[in-house]
Design a protein around this ligand. Structure first.
Ligand code: FCB
Length: 474
């Protein structure tokens, strides 16, 4: 065999320009809930409502990042992070959701962005990670079309203030959760439980994305990147039986195509409209909305944790809640006839099965469905029962294994042609995990919430090494 005939070596490393990041969200880490003019968001109201969040936890103080951002950025710099995905708090930037911008609130993000840049970390800003100003909810929240227009105004304010230094913007984080957990089964703020409200909110969130994209484009310098982050589901039918395949089609419609079709093709999927026809005629979609929603964007963010396995069920039976989301009610409108099953594999502290193939499946599907569109993994990570041992260390081998498996899946998808440009680990810090409060730890940096002491876990050191070498340890 000549040398030329040898197969080229399998590349395990990531490209030199691959973006290595970590992610957080404002309400989950900032604290300072009533400081410098910030007004309550729906998550302040929800977390202060007895029974909504485990242990009565709130984001009042959280990881106190508002005061400790310098220390946190020093940690990012030690890790060698190339980029940091954070969100802006809408009621900090524009208290009450309308009216003038709040200079003191914007000043915090000015300081944050300047400190990131001084440490060589690229800021990636998300405008909406679920903290709707309470006053807007009082007027209907995402079921009210006007909320989308208020969002676009807020997007313009943020872009004018920070657009000279923030190169990448994301309109919404996981609108599925905002609509279906917030208005469908009520486990997230504002805690409404009405499937029609969920579908209405869904459409207005997408309208906000479209109007927000336009507002960002006109305020940002040329070359700025605009994106959207979705928690698309890696949906698998239990078998190839027609009933199971149809269950997978329905959930693929309500989890994936209900976003991808309007955003990238300017239409809602006909089968989703048919599946939900008994609930609503979708009259909340007005002429011109889909053109607005399908404005071109520069990349798509994917958040992935675990796959979704479905099977056919007796349509008369109430669907058992095995879809990984807490709560008694289904978040899925029109999911009668669908049964959710856990995937195989070990579970994280959230009870979510560990299955990296789901991430590969999603990324290669998007390679095929949206050819050429750059992809970013904007969240991926795991909660485990971490604790500091007597020597002060936090050993989290399960998280290292989780990250290793999922980064291998990303690399494999890239080798198979998926245009993945970066990976943002969820999360930099332990934080307020929504309805689970502080009971679930997703950070690669441990936070002792009593003292606010930060301790990098073993996974942080492991990730730093991956970033440094651009490769996964064998
Ligand atoms: C995602 C959220 C993020 C975090 C992770 C675990 O759905 O975007 O804020 O809670 O789940």
């Amino acid at each position: 065999m000549t040398v030329e005939a040898l197969p080229s070596p399998v590349r395990t490393g990531f490209p030199a320009d691959f973006v290595w990041g970590a992610a957080t969200a404002a309400y989950q880490i900032e604290g300072a809930a009533a400081l410098d003019g910030r007004t309550p968001s729906i998550w302040d109201t929800f977390s202060h409502t007895p029974g909504k969040v485990r242990n009565g936890d709130t984001g009042d103080i959280a990881a106190d990042h508002y005061h400790r951002y310098r220390e946190d950025i020093a940690l990012m710099s030690e890790l060698g992070l190339g980029a940091y995905r954070f969100s802006l708090s809408w009621p900090r930037v524009r208290p009450g959701g309308q009216g003038p911008a709040n200079r003191a609130g914007l000043d915090f993000y000015d300081r944050l962005v300047d400190e990131l840049l001084a440490n060589g970390v690229t800021p990636v800003a998300t405008l909406y990670h679920w903290d709707l100003p309470q006053e807007l909810e009082d007027e209907g929240g995402w079921t009210d079309r006007d909320t989308a227009y208020r969002f676009a105004e807020y997007a313009a304010i943020a872009a004018e203030a920070l657009g000279d230094r923030v190169p990448t913007w994301t309109t919404l984080n996981e609108p599925w959760c905002s609509a279906f957990l917030g208005y469908g089964n009520g486990v997230h703020a504002p805690g409404r439980t009405d499937p029609v409200a969920a579908l209405t909110a869904h459409h207005h969130l997408l309208l906000a994305h479209g109007l927000g994209t336009a507002a960002l484009r006109s305020a940002l310098p040329a070359g700025a990147q605009v994106s959207l982050t979705l928690n698309l589901a890696a949906v698998r039918p239990l078998s190839t039986d027609p009933g199971d395949l149809d269950a997978a089609r329905r959930i693929d419609g309500l989890a994936n195509r209900i976003f991808l079709d309007p955003v990238f093709h300017g239409r809602y999927p006909a089968d989703v409209l048919a599946d939900t026809a008994q609930l609503t005629d979708w009259a909340f979609v007005r002429d011109g909305d889909l053109a607005e929603i399908s404005r071109p964007i520069d990349s798509l963010g994917i958040n992935y944790y675990t796959p979704t396995v479905v099977a056919a069920d007796d349509p008369a039976a109430p669907a058992p809640r095995q879809d990984g989301h807490a709560g008694e009610l289904s978040p899925w409108p029109a999911d009668r006839g669908v049964r959710f099953l856990p995937a195989e594999g070990s579970r994280t502290a959230m009870g979510w099965p560990v299955d990296a193939d789901g991430l590969y499946e999603l990324l290669t599907r998007l390679r095929d469905d949206l050819p050429g569109l750059p992809l970013l993994v904007t969240e991926n990570g795991a909660a485990y029962e971490d604790y500091t041992d007597p020597s002060g260390a936090v050993h989290d081998p399960e998280r290292v294994a989780y990250l290793h498996g999922h980064l291998s899946a990303v690399r494999r998808a890239m080798a198979d042609g998926a245009p993945v440009r970066g990976y943002f680990l969820w999360s930099l810090l332990d934080n307020f995990e929504w309805a689970y409060g502080y009971s679930k730890r997703f950070g690669i940096v441990h936070v002792d919430f009593a003292s606010q002491r930060r301790t990098p876990k073993d996974s942080a050191r492991w990730y730093a090494r991956v970033i440094r070498t651009g490769d996964l340890p064998q």
